[in-house]
Design a binder for this molecule. Structure first.
Ligand code: ADP
Ligand code: ZN
Length: 644
């Protein structure tokens, strides 16, 4: 059982291997085409396909085109990696994420797959070497930046190499309306024109119909089969809470639930990124900033540390995150309101790609609504553009203010039905709906009176001061204590009033004036509230969702397996550091959990754990068994795992 590299399992994996150490991947199986399940088991070490993977792979292996919409973490990469290994020739992967290509190639090489990339970061010698390997048929997967396809040299290089397929990753970059638009993606129609017989597979985690249609049109994929997965991410817990003291709320989340975990904190502006990162560092948290205003080298260094070190918190604008395939991001926190549900879903989707429990947390307040409405009004775009961005905001607000399951609401936005999930804040602590008609009338009539009687407009703060009957400088100067509505709102506190204003804004019963000062005005719909013909139902915030136990990767393991899990993580960190690769490239958390739970004592046993393929068994099998053996008392007698 100590033979190296053999898969001693004897099951359907044994194909034509005579116990040789030939790498399966990289591998043409000498004249014989491996089957897709073979590759799944032997290269990736997984027991079965997930969701639509098998069908998608069949389609592409058979030479057909495919458009794949699958949520982040759904397993898109296998959909092109396996066909590339099964079909003759090289699979060419078009990806905009140059900074991540090295990691992608490292991850494949760790599996024994022959992978390479061509992009502008390479020096000419390195590029020439890759070109030679490609022409010699020694590359299974080649990652290519889209701008390289504009070069004649690249086109003629690909002409001379046998090609298995084209995979167009992050295919939504072709959409001119999306915030990830890349002009070079429009040039990808060349693939079909120049190589009509090479199958193409376009993949994205963007879920809307509009994006799918644009991908199909612009990439000439009208005859492609379309695969739309469920967009549910059951392991992500969605929570949205009112923003009172954002930093304190964030710290509470980090300390009580995610101490030592890797996560992303999104902020709207560069300035708030810097400020928040500094504040977290001052609180002893390993936080790093990331935004487009930082020097490229600083960005690259921070991204690399986030990927390679354990437990880094990245504080970032939305410039960060696309294509980051770090599987153990345990939380994504938003300190400002995202501009659309699509954006929110993409960003939160970066949590928990490994399928383990993770948190998506958002704090949002009245100021977010006012600010974003203002930004829309002041934007350069034409009327149609403003209408669209404001619809996006409305949908996001509706998600924030819902009294129903967040997941049901999210999936409905993407046209998918679901049952209440039991794993979001509204399911865990259902908020009450309350009749806010009277407070709404008090607020609206204050606004109307100020407008009619004084021709004045004010922002939320002063309106609330009036309702609460406060004695402020402005109240005195303006003699607002003489208004009929002065002091009539003492049944609610300041925070509750802010909640009322926020929700009226969200429901379109109140609007931000276009004067650029954030003053509030009534809308056409307000009249029906004022005359009592319309009831206003509001959401009462429940007490904070009861404090949960820590939700780190090891947390849900039985007590007895935890020490071994931690030892395996320490071992993995050493190996990763030695090899200069991110830890997850060695083994993912899910695999380490599997090992900690089963405590394998032989290579066969280890080989059956999800995520342990032949190459990794070969490279790390003995070392892992040694870690396990050290942990458990060794049985007397023949122990194949005995460290040498
Ligand atoms: P996506 O690109 O869709 O965001 P990935 O391709 O990165 O997702 O896959 C997410 C995680 O799930 C990875 O760690 C991957 O290895 C794992 N995975 C994918 N397919 C399977 C499968 N069939 N069985 C077990 N794990 C899988
Ligand atoms: Zn729910």
């Amino acid at each position: 059982m100590t033979q190296k590299g053999g898969h001693p399992d004897g099951g359907d994996l044994s194909t034509d291997r005579a116990g040789s150490a030939a790498p399966v991947a990289g591998g043409r199986y000498r004249g014989r085409m491996p089957s897709a399940p073979d590759v799944l088991h032997r290269v990736f070490g997984y027991a079965e396909f997930r969701g639509d993977q098998a069908e998608i792979i069949d389609q592409v292996v058979g030479g057909g085109d495919a458009v794949v919409l699958m949520p982040t973490g759904g397993g898109k990469s296998l959909c092109y990696q396996i066909p590339a290994l099964v079909r003759e020739g090289t699979g060419v992967v078009i990806s905009p994420l140059i900074a991540l290509m090295q990691d992608q190639v490292d991850a494949l090489e760790a599996l024994g797959v022959r992978a390479a990339f061509l992009n502008s970061t390479q020096d000419p010698d390195a590029r020439r070497l890759v070109e030679q390997q490609l022409l010699a048929g020694e590359v299974d997967l080649l990652y290519l930046a889209p701008e390289r396809l504009r070069l004649d040299a690249t086109l003629s290089l690909l002409d001379r190499a046998p090609l298995a397929l084209f995979a167009i990753d992050e295919a939504h970059c072709v959409s001119q309306w999306g915030h990830d638009f890349r002009p070079d993606y429009l040039g990808l129609s060349v693939l079909h024109e120049r190589w009509p017989d090479v199958p193409r597979i376009a993949l994205t985690a963007t879920a809307t119909d509009a994006t799918r249609r644009e991908i199909v049109e612009r990439l000439q994929l009208r005859d492609a089969r379309q695969f739309v997965s469920s967009f549910d991410r059951p392991n992500i817990q969605y929570r949205i809470e009112p923003k009172n003291q954002p930093l304190a709320q964030l710290l509470q989340l980090l300390r009580t639930e995610h101490a030592g975990d890797a996560g992303i904190v999104y902020c709207l502006s560069r300035a708030s990124v810097e400020k928040t990162a500094d504040a977290l560092v001052a609180e002893g948290i390993s936080a790093l900033p990331y935004h487009a205003g930082l020097d490229a080298s600083v960005r690259a260094r921070n991204q690399s540390r986030f990927l390679r070190e354990d437990g880094i918190v990245m504080v970032a604008t939305i410039a960060f995150g696309m294509g980051i395939d770090k599987p153990d991001v345990r939380f994504v926190a938003h300190l400002d309101l995202p501009k659309s549900v699509e954006g929110y879903y993409q960003e939160t989707g970066r949590a928990g790609r490994d399928g383990l429990p993770s948190t998506a947390w958002l704090a949002y307040g009245l100021q977010d609504v006012v600010q974003q409405r203002r930004m829309i009004q002041e934007s350069e775009g034409d009327a149609a553009h403003k209408r669209r961005t404001s619809q996006h905001l409305d949908a996001m607000l509706a998600l924030c203010e819902t009294v129903e399951c967040r997941r049901v609401q999210l999936l409905a936005y993407f046209g998918q039905a679901a049952e209440p999930c039991g794993n979001c804040d509204t399911c865990l602590a259902p908020p009450e709906a309350w009749d806010g008609t009277v407070p709404a009338q008090k607020l609206l009539s204050t606004i109307v009176r100020l407008q009619r009687e004084r021709n004045q407009r004010f922002g939320a703060g002063h309106l609330i001061d009036i309702l609460l009957g406060r004695d402020t400088d402005r109240v005195r100067q303006q003699r607002h204590d003489e208004l009929r509505t002065y002091g009539i709102g003492t049944e609610l506190g300041e925070q509750e009033w802010r909640g009322v204003v926020r929700q009226l804004l969200a429901q379109g019963l109140l609007a931000v004036n276009s004067d650029g000062y954030g003053t509030l005005v009534i809308t056409e719909s307000s009249a029906s509230v004022l005359d009592g013909s319309r009831q206003v139902m509001l959401r009462r915030e429940p007490e904070r969702v009861a404090k949960r136990a820590k939700r780190t990767a090891g947390a849900e393991l039985p007590e007895t397996a935890r020490p071994l899990f931690e030892r395996l993580r320490a071992w993995r960190a050493d190996v990763a550091r030695e090899q200069g690769v991110p830890a997850y490239i060695v083994f993912g958390d899910a695999t380490l959990r599997g090992i900690a739970l089963t405590e394998p004592t032989t290579l066969e046993e280890l080989g059956t754990i999800s995520g342990v393929g032949e190459k990794k068994l070969d490279a790390y099998g003995e070392a892992v068994l040694a870690v396990v053996a050290e942990h458990a008392p060794q049985p007397v007698g023949a122990d194949p795992a005995e460290p040498r």
